[in-house]
Design a protein. Structure first.
Length: 118
């Protein structure tokens, strides 16, 4: 599976943005998918996850209630809808896939930059 994230950009605080991650391959529907982010001078951190069955998990401390992860298996795409954006949400956002039988996220996209200005 190859992953390509896109849709990032610049937005003012309080605004919204939806980023997408398109996957190649025919087994996308069996993968758990996630979004991670890495802000300037920070380590990569978990943002949200959606299982192959559609169960979602969020990093409660930073994004729950503002971000929504979803997937469209017919389009081999996972989305992250980001609302009420804050400057601290500025980061490169990466999508990742966890295939059946894997012990970790074993597929990563190249990242898309999201910049939130105050």
């Amino acid at each position: 599976v190859q992953l390509q994230a896109f849709g990032g950009g610049s937005v003012q605080a309080g605004g919204s943005l939806r980023i997408s991650c398109a996957a190649s391959g025919q087994t996308f529907s069996s993968y758990d998918m996630a979004w991670f982010r890495q802000g300037p001078g920070k380590e990569r951190e978990f943002v949200a996850r959606i299982t192959w069955g559609g169960i979602t998990t969020y990093d409660a401390s930073s994004v729950k209630g503002r971000f929504t992860i979803s997937r469209d298996n017919a389009k081999n795409t996972v989305y992250l809808q980001m609302n009420s954006l804050k400057p601290e949400d500025t980061a490169v956002y990466y999508c990742a896939g966890w295939g059946p039988g894997a012990s970790a996220y074993n597929y990563w996209g190249q990242g898309t930059q999201v910049t939130v200005s105050s």
